[in-house]
Design a binder for this molecule. Sequence first.
Ligand SMILES: [Zn+2]
Length: 291
Amino acid sequence: MAEQEDELSESLSGENSSKEIAGSGDSKAKWYKRLRKGITTTTSEKREMPEGLWSKCPECHYICTTSELKENLYVCPKCNYHHRIGSEDYFEILFENNKYTELFDNIESIDFLGFTDLKPYQKRLDEIHAKTDLKDSMRVAVGEMSNAEIVIACMDFEFIGGSLGSVMGEKFSRAVDYCIQNKLPFLVISKSGGARMMESAFSLMQLAKTSGKLSQLSDAGLPYISLLTDPTFGGISASFGMLGDFNIAEPGALIGFAGPRVIKETIKKDLPEGFQRSEFFTGAWLSRFYC
Ligand SMILES: [Zn+2]
């Protein structure tokens, strides 16, 4: 091995050029002979490409820079696919000049049941908080949109699949109170797998709590807009997701209660094409809206 390395460095520095002239074609061939197999660069020596510089569309595989994608509001310039984004990006897009005040950000999830699945719930929460800086799967903020004030509650899918737990229920409820006190409209951007199983029945109670609060908002004569994005499932679509004065949806978003695989296994029938996509729901139930 050491001998081979010497040969390689000699070849590269041209030190064996005399041999080349005098000898046969053998040494010349060494120039083109691969002496080391595989990629030998160690990880520490690799030049890192800055993370997230490029983005690939999962639908049409079109590759563009993240700044190009951002300029296009996270919609694929080629096929109109809507990339999944979080509350930070939605607030930046929707609030004028990215100016807004976050509300109720002092509430955070804790493991009050001592629940353990693959790992303890509290450990899961701590890990996600450390990774994303999020305290729960919903953030609420107030700011201006087209010169009118509005309260927006937006889910973050990266926080346990945007699941509905007691913190989301409480934030939602306080956001409604804030809207009533300040006479503001309420927009909720949903992106969730449904109820948070680690909070058991407490999670399910949020369905009634949030729906009840919406009746108070309605009694106050204030509009509630529900924007359903990909995916919106379970407890969300079974409660406030579908209770909007306007229910609007992102193109191509999966929306439903149980997933298509579960339904297919239950009814033992093939599902129609485009089943549970936002375009599949029509009429009074869901107004199609391209945003
Ligand atoms: Zn695309």
